[in-house]
Design a protein around this ligand. Structure first.
Ligand SMILES: NC(=O)c1ccc[n+]([C@@H]2O[C@H](COP(=O)([O-])OP(=O)(O)OC[C@H]3O[C@@H](n4cnc5c(N)ncnc54)[C@H](OP(=O)(O)O)[C@@H]3O)[C@@H](O)[C@H]2O)c1
Length: 308
């Protein structure tokens, strides 16, 4: 799709979107561009201060934008349940599972899951399941989950999803991003089996300069690593604006198919959105089913409408 950019996003008037992690980076740009085209956008963020500030910034950049903050901490299943229970609209056209953390030192979510698996995958699995009734009753709805080219580093370990036996931060990140793709694969399969009018697609931004790279060094006070990441961002990364294009494409382009994976077309790194390579293990039905069952068990969120 050479030359495709945010100007090609079709009109979104009358549509309701939820974007997780919309206060920063790719999520912020995604939310702003959807709002620019007329969507009502819920900025699902864990911090009220950062979420409300993002809503104000979008309105300053796009006068008249219909955006609002909704509190959602993906590292706390009670918060995910509260967000879904308080969701004020009867339709949901677009759910963008974007929020993420990368290569953090070992830690756990409120519910005791390893943080990267818990936030990047389980939180979004629970959120999607709880919002599913609304997605199923909204004609042409989509779920877009943001993965990474880094998924190619590691398949999930179904016997050690929470890295209890051994924790390696980059492997745990890669596994959580493989989980994003396997989730999309299994969701797409189940939606199709039930004849649902919902597309489940995945996207990745390539390498984009955002806050993602600085979080772990800041947490650990590793200033040198932080500085190296900053310089890397300046030299090699594309902008958050460019990084959001694959997500915007997967979320709005008319020809997007379920279980597709959109990313930057030049070496999965930068450039206009296009079909992206993915590791074969992200298309494995058995692995998708096993991850799905484990995710239902761990989160307590059952996708009753999509039982196989
Ligand atoms: N940037 C890249 O090069 C790159 C490459 C491949 C994939 N990705 C993926 O792109 C997505 C967006 O990342 P980004 O680059 O835009 O990074 P970012 O600027 O750090 O944004 C991440 C967002 O996720 C939110 N978040 C983190 N933990 C959360 C939680 N427990 N509950 C709710 N929200 C939470 C953050 O909120 P706070 O501000 O409150 O922390 C922030 O809004 C991620 O899924 C990432 O894995 C990025």
């Amino acid at each position: 799709m050479s030359g495709w950019n945010e100007k090609a996003v079709p009109g979104q008037s009358g549509r309701v979107a939820v974007v997780t992690g919309a206060n920063s980076g790719i999520g912020y740009v995604t939310a702003r561009e959807l709002a620019r085209k007329g969507a009502r956008v819920v900025l699902a963020c864990r911090s009220g201060v950062r979420g409300s500030a993002a809503a104000d910034r979008i309105v300053a950049e796009v006068p008249g934008a219909d955006v609002e903050f909704g509190r959602l901490d993906l590292g706390d299943l009670a918060s995910v349940r509260e967000f879904a229970a308080a969701f004020p609209y009867e339709r949901l056209d677009l759910l963008v599972n974007n929020a993420g953390v990368m290569a953090l030192p070992y830690g756990t979510t409120v519910d005791g899951f390893e943080t990267q698996f818990g936030v990047n995958h389980l939180g979004h699995f629970a959120l999607t399941g709880l919002l599913l009734p609304m997605l199923l009753t909204t004609s042409g709805a989509r779920v877009v989950t943001v993965s990474s080219e880094m998924h190619a580093l590691a398949n999930i370990d179904i016997d050690d999803l929470n890295s209890e036996h051994r924790y390696r931060r980059w492997i745990a990140y890669s596994r959580s991003k493989t989980a994003n793709l396997l989730f999309t694969h299994e969701l797409a399969r189940r939606l199709a089996a039930h004849g649902a009018d919902v597309v489940a697609a995945a996207a990745h931004p390539g390498y984009a300069a955002t806050n993602l790279q600085g979080v772990a060094p800041r947490m650990e006070g590793r200033r040198l690593v932080g500085r190296v990441m900053e310089i890397g961002n300046r030299i090699f990364a594309q902008s958050a604006e460019a990084g959001a294009l694959p997500t915007l494409y997967a979320a709005t382009a008319p020809d997007v198919r379920s279980d597709s994976f959109t990313g930057p077309s030049f070496m999965m790194w930068r450039g206009a959105p296009g079909p992206s390579w993915r590791a074969s293990w992200t298309l494995n039905d058995g692995a998708g089913e096993r991850l799905w069952s484990a995710s239902e068990r761990l989160t307590g969120v059952a996708y009753d409408a999509l039982k196989t």
